[in-house]
Design a binder for this molecule. Structure first.
Ligand code: PFF
Length: 457
């Protein structure tokens, strides 16, 4: 049975594929938006605390569950605790996989549209600043058809990678795309820091103003940390089920967290200098990269056409590649479960998953246009899916997985996984187990309860 499952071919493949899952729209689109709203440096500090004290222990717990069971998100719990209700954690994960892929692909589809538009020079508008990008964005996303077509193309790209399997699909593409992504980031930082707003933005990103910290900012920071590291919905249980017995779980997790955090902070350094240069408030919200930035590209084009054009194109290519390495990991949660549970081929299963997400994604897309008034619990489809995954399934899944590994699983098995059967020394074993057993669950619980009180009372 095991030999039929795919596996990653190398330690670098493991790190790049997991980092590929982590680095995505969450880092380049969502992080700067949250930083802008949360007041800059203070948000970043709190975020860092959540990444290393809460989200990283969840990631390591997922790795332990995935590699020790060598099974998909649901199968893992069935194997490690047969007949027990823990399997519900896996079920939530697979459902979450469908929801997250559906709404994420909508924004990825917008990115695809903007990539093509920038290739045709539409976002630099020949250096003429009379174009109203806000209106262009709104009329594009509220169109009934156009965004759905881009959504479909993006899902098809995701599908093609996943259908090819672990080593030939996911690992190969991650190994190619991740280094490319880093090169583009360095180029963009170089552009950005030469903008006149660089000094203000560095102050904004590095000097904490604690008066901006509200309970909401703290909540936002935790949600962002979970989303950014892809933890809590079994994505990394699934990926780690393809790790080899030599893969070092702790150091892989630390590497992934560092890469992900670096990319998020660097994206801040790409976006804010440009935003400050044109004098736009940094808390512009989700339109930041689709409305604010094109204004900057036009400005740059007016000064140096080649630089403006390259800046715009490279930025959206970066966003698109990052979205793709993440969407394949969401797809894999669902594909791995269905194909293993029902004994169907990967190719056939991938088609089913893609088709379901195309339908659900279309609902999300329509909620920006013709279905604006269709709401469930007061939210349109896009908001509802986003909310269910990031504010509910991820924290709850993360909480249950740290409890599962910290308190339910046999301590020997956990230590065997972390030390690769005693062949490596994990000096931080005690503090790490303390984080998994106490700090992470307590942190999530306090914030989660606060959130629920906020919503329902
Ligand atoms: N971590 C991804 C990002 O930051 O864009 C989003 C994500 C990937 C969420 C995979 C959930 C997931 F299972």
């Amino acid at each position: 049975m095991h030999s039929e499952r795919g596996s990653f071919g190398s330690q670098s493949g493991v790190i790049l594929a997991s980092a590929g899952s982590a680095v995505g729209l969450g880092n380049i689109w969502r992080f700067p938006t949250e930083v802008g709203r949360g007041g800059g440096a203070a948000f970043i500090l709190i975020y860092l605390g959540f990444i290393f004290l809460v989200a990283m222990p969840v990631m390591i717990s997922e790795f332990v569950i995935g590699r020790s069971s060598r099974s998909n998100a649901i199968g893992a719990f069935q194997k490690l605790s047969p007949g027990k209700p823990w399997v519900a954690v896996g079920v939530m994960g697979v459902l979450g996989g469908f929801l997250v892929l559906s709404f994420y692909s909508v924004v990825a589809g917008w990115t695809l549209h903007y990539t093509i538009a920038s290739a045709f020079g539409q976002l630099t508008a020949g250096g003429q600043s009379s174009v109203d990008f806000g209106q262009a964005f709104n009329s594009f996303v509220s169109d009934p058809w156009q965004p759905i077509i881009y959504l479909a193309v993006f899902l098809l790209l995701t599908h093609l990678v996943v259908a090819r399997g672990i080593q030939h699909g996911i690992e190969r593409y991650s190994k190619f795309m991740m280094p490319m992504l880093l090169v583009i980031i360095v180029l963009l930082i170089f552009f950005s820091l030469s903008m006149p707003g660089a000094a203000d933005s560095i102050r904004f990103l590095l000097q904490p103003d604690l008066s901006k910290v509200t309970p909401e900012v703290i909540l936002g920071a935790m949600g962002q940390a979970f989303f950014s590291l892809s933890v809590g919905i079994g994505c990394l249980v699934t990926y780690s089920s393809y790790f080899s017995k030599e893969t070092r779980l702790v150091s892989s997790a630390v590497n992934v967290c560092i890469i992900d955090t670096m990319v998020a902070v660097l994206s801040g350094f790409i976006i804010f200098p440009t935003v400050f240069s044109v004098g736009i408030a940094p808390d512009a919200g989700p339109g930041l990269v689709f409305i604010t930035l094109p204004n900057v590209f036009v400005l740059a084009f007016g000064k140096m056409p080649i630089v403006g054009y390259a800046f715009a194109l490279l930025f959206y290519v970066l966003l698109l590649l990052a979205a793709l390495t993440s969407s394949i990991s969401m797809h894999e949660i669902c594909t791995a479960f269905i194909s293993e549970h029902f004994g169907k081929s990967r190719r056939w299963t991938a088609i089913v998953v893609t088709a379901v997400c195309l339908v659900l994604g279309s609902f999300c897309s329509l909620s920006f246009g013709p279905w604006q008034d269709v709401t469930i619990f007061g939210r349109g489809f896009f908001d509802l899916f986003d909310f269910t995954v990031t504010k509910f399934l991820m924290p709850l899944g993360g909480l249950l997985m740290t409890l599962f590994v910290g308190w339910y699983l046999d301590r020997k098995l956990v230590e065997q996984q972390l030390t690769n059967d005693g062949s490596i020394l994990v000096r931080t074993m005690k503090p790490l187990l303390f984080l998994i057993r106490w700090v992470a669950p307590a942190g999530i619980l306090v914030i989660f309860i606060n959130e629920l009180i906020d919503i329902f009372i």
